[in-house]
Design a protein around this ligand. Structure first.
Ligand SMILES: NC(=O)C1=CN([C@@H]2O[C@H](COP(=O)(O)OP(=O)(O)OC[C@H]3O[C@@H](n4cnc5c(N)ncnc54)[C@H](OP(=O)(O)O)[C@@H]3O)[C@@H](O)[C@H]2O)C=CC1
Ligand SMILES: O=C(O)C1=N[C@H](C(=O)O)C[C@H](O)C1
Length: 296
């Protein structure tokens, strides 16, 4: 597989590059932010592998490199503004892309996904490439639909992370809302506030070198219990392996927008949810669930 890596000296980009260098795949070019002091230096030298014949290029030359080096796929973990440009260039040059960047506004992300869907490329865009988090989302969806309990999300990340809440937490909140057909997101409460039943709290912690933790608390009123669904990433390898799996998956796909569900065989969301027995009726439009009939 011929791979191009953007943000090749970042936390994720450098690890993607290292994994590719150590594999039978090939890095055909790698870019960093324009003006980066390592531009022109051999990527292998910088990453401690010795010379590999791939200079770190400026992202300003991305389109030109796409057309001359013709990678099978671009792997991008950078920042939203940069990613939008890379996606646009990939569409124009008909090169597949795996996007890991988070921090897009809803509008910008929808527009980007729409452009991909209207294009001739295949792409995968996910806020989390770890297999574990993709299973975590299934567990959360099952709990959210089954239990009529308050749902609160807490995510913890390293102190270099600039976007809050994490893309993973946002997708987790979306899943809970979708499963319940309702929900208002409330970010990091402060001051006097009476919690509405349908609120979905989202809380961000930034500290030290935490790779990425996500917990959803499902806690019932008078239920005498709570469930905490937690995923903890111990090492960025979890994301790297998923992103490389995604890149390989795209090689064989017709143009389209794919998800990790397609790769992991989780396409049958209903298959999981249908197994969950649920109370069938509630009075006055209450929402059924194992926590009883909630008010709407
Ligand atoms: N989907 C997933 O599984 C995961 C997603 N992420 C997301 O990936 C993104 C990157 O995370 P992380 O690697 O930790 O961040 P880093 O800040 O460590 O890396 C980002 C890299 O992108 C570079 N960059 C910035 N602007 C450009 C540009 N215009 N062209 C090329 N390169 C550019 C940065 O360069 P410089 O330092 O010079 O600015 C930096 O090297 C974040 O949005 C994060 O949330 C992270 C982990 C997993
Ligand atoms: O910035 C990070 O580090 C991470 N970002 C992703 C996110 O925003 O969800 C995924 C992972 O948690 C690490």
């Amino acid at each position: 597989m011929k791979i191009a890596v953007t943000g090749c000296l970042g936390n994720m980009g450098s690890r993607i590059a290292e994994a590719v260098i150590e594999s039978d795949d090939q890095i055909v070019f790698a870019v960093e932010a324009p003006g980066h002091e390592e531009i022109g230096v051999d990527l292998g030298e910088t990453l401690g592998f010795g010379e590999i014949g791939v200079p770190i290029s400026s992202a300003a030359d991305f389109k030109e490199l796409l057309d001359s080096e013709k990678p099978d796929v671009v792997i991008d973990f950078t920042m939203p503004q940069a990613t939008l440009g890379f996606v646009e260039d990939c569409i124009e040059s008909r090169v597949n892309i795996v996007v890991g960047t988070t921090g897009f506004t809803d509008e910008v992300k929808e527009a980007m996904l729409g452009d991909i869907e209207d294009s001739d490329i295949s792409a995968l865009v996910s806020p989390n490439y770890s297999v574990g988090v993709n299973v975590f989302w299934k567990l959360v969806s099952m709990a959210a639909r089954t239990l009529n309990y308050d749902a609160e999300i807490v995510e913890v990340h390293h102190n270099q992370k600039v976007d809050s809440p994490s893309g993973t937490a946002i997708k987790t909140a979306d899943i809970i809302k979708d499963m319940r057909g309702e929900g208002e997101f409330v970010y990091g409460r402060s001051g006097v506030h009476e919690r509405e039943k349908t609120e979905i709290g989202v809380h961000s912690v930034r500290a030290g070198d935490v790779v990425g933790d996500h917990t959803v608390y499902f806690s019932g009123t008078n239920a005498g219990e709570r469930i905490e669904v937690t995923h903890r990433a111990h090492d960025r390898q979890a994301f790297v392996q998923g992103a490389l799996m995604a890149a390989r998956f795209l090689l064989d796909q017709p143009p389209g927008l794919y998800s990790m569900d397609d790769i992991l065989g989780f396409g049958q969301q209903e298959g999981i949810d249908e197994e969950i027995a649920r109370p069938k009726r509630c009075k006055k439009g209450g929402r059924p669930g194992f926590g009883g009939c909630g008010r709407k």
